[in-house]
Design a protein around this ligand. Structure first.
Ligand code: PLP
Length: 463
């Protein structure tokens, strides 16, 4: 399988190069040249596999340039850090299926992809003799998952900027209690947007980027999407085993369109997904896109589901590539317009096509808490606020004819404030958080400006 850019200027590159490139060099996103088509017989065979074997088979359709034994070993190492034997267990509650994606080291679904990405980076860098300095900004979940993905790995340093005292206490501790020498936490005196802008500006300085071999871990990396395709197959297989149903709905709490795009790929491969339910919080740009063909940037509202508090969904371009019938030139023009106007508008025909695949609702703060409360009353099960948006949208928009699988993207213990508002008590804490407050910490408090961060990087980067 070879990879190409959505904007047409990068073509015919192998998987390994696509992973190392991250964002395509023409500013687009990388995609496989074609999507493998699975037969019902292939699906039956996949449905019988345990998670790591399933991951190996699904990923092998897209990876030709890593020897099987190496790929298997990377997958095994990636998922050996999960605390549940099923890796992503499926539970049946209140007529819905909940796919628990939060049994990795940082208790959010991002571990599924970032544990794997960390192992690929390490392996490819060892092979080439190169090194990499990862730089990123986080509002909480991505930073900790990325840090746990590469902690202690050879040939990689990681620098994560987070806004000082503006991430949740659990998130802050998860990051700053990692004391491995290759991990650098930088608490900036500013906001998440300041951090993101600094990172963008530094990546824009191409000489600096090259000199320090800077790498990124945000959700535009194809390897992250690929790792997430796997659990759609897994959940479908489990539900079919239990119910005999062939078609299913998936409801997905969405921010950057990464997780739900993985579901779209699974559907295009032939997995019988009736529809993908796209749930947003009050930051509803993607809901407006699905329901009205209106993709226009508004203001970011802080909500109880902060990992979905975004306006620009960086992975949407991948879906648009298919919506535009793989016309890279047309897409490149549209994305250039979007960069200046902050707005994309779609035709009736396009909206109809979008609605063949997606249905969507925006779930506000009050509905989020109500959903956590009602679900807890009905089942005793505690949802995190992100998952609750998906459960609400899934209940309202899907089901009746086929089973509904809701992706549980975080453990409720990551967001105790919202949960205790909803149900009057704190969620149970999993063992991995035991004693977190007492552990040693490693973090620098720094000014939120580019020259401060650049100076820090030049002192502490691998060279
Ligand atoms: C990142 C995140 C999301 C949103 O995922 P996208 O791939 O950006 O759409 C949802 N829930 C949680 C808990 C997250 O950390």
């Amino acid at each position: 399988m070879k990879y190409l850019s959505t904007r047409g200027q990068v073509k015919n590159i192998p998987f390994k190069q696509a992973v190392m490139m991250g964002l395509a060099e023409d500013g687009g996103l990388l995609l496989p040249e074609s999507i493998p088509q699975l037969t019902p017989g292939d699906l039956d065979a996949l449905a019988k596999l345990a998670y790591p074997e399933l991951a190996f088979h699904v990923m092998s359709y897209f990876i030709e340039d890593i020897p099987s034994a190496d790929l298997k070993s990377m997958i095994d190492r990636s998922y050996s850090t999960f605390t549940h034997p099923d890796i992503t267990p499926l539970v049946h509650k209140d007529g819905l299926y909940i796919l628990e994606l939060f049994h990795g080291p940082t208790l959010a679904f991002k571990d599924v992809a970032l544990q794997f990405l960390g192992n690929i980076f390490e392996s490819l860098l060892t092979e080439s003799g190169d090194h990499m300095n990862i730089l990123g900004a986080t509002s909480g979940d991505t930073g900790s998952a990325a840090i746990y993905g590469v902690r202690g790995k050879r040939n990689i340093n990681i620098f994560i900027l987070h806004p000082h005292k503006k991430v949740s206490p659990v998130q802050e501790l998860q990051m700053t209690t990692v004391t491995d020498e290759n991990v650098f936490n930088l608490a900036i005196k500013g906001t998440f947007d300041d951090g993101q802008q600094i990172v963008k500006d530094i990546f824009g300085d191409l000489d600096f980027k090259r000199k320090y071999a800077l790498g990124a871990v945000n959700s535009i990396n194809w390897a992250r999407v690929l790792a997430q395709v796997v659990y759609y197959f897994y959940a479908w297989g489990q539900v079919r085993k239990e119910t005999g149903a062939n078609q299913v709905y998936f409801s997905v709490p969405t921010g950057n369109f990464g997780d739900i795009f993985a579901g779209y790929i699974a559907k295009r491969m032939g997995l019988p997904i009736k529809k993908l339910v796209l749930a947003t919080n009050a930051n509803n740009i993607l809901s407006r896109f699905v329901t009205a063909g209106d993709y226009s940037i508004g203001e970011v509202h802080p909500t109880f589901s902060p990992s979905m508090d975004i306006q620009k969904a960086s992975n949407l371009e991948r879906y648009l590539y298919y919506l535009f019938n793989e016309d890279a030139a047309l897409l490149a023009t549209a994305m250039k317009d979007f960069a200046t106007t902050g707005k994309l508008v779609f035709s009736e025909a396009q909206i109809a096509e979008i609605n063949q695949v997606f249905t969507s609702a925006s779930v506000d703060n009050e509905q989020t808490l109500d959903t956590i409360r009602n679900f807890h009353t009905a089942t005793g099960y505690v949802l995190d606020p992100h998952t609750a948006t998906g459960v609400k949208a899934g209940k309202d928009l899907a089901g009746g004819d086929y089973p509904v699988i809701c992706l549980a993207t975080a453990h409720p213990a990551k967001f105790p404030d919202a949960v205790s508002r909803a149900i009057g008590k704190d969620p149970d804490r999993p063992a991995s958080l035991d004693g977190l407050e007492k552990r040693n910490r490693r973090c620098e408090l720094v000014k939120a400006d580019m020259s401060t961060i650049k100076e820090f990087l030049s002192k502490h980067s691998l060279r």
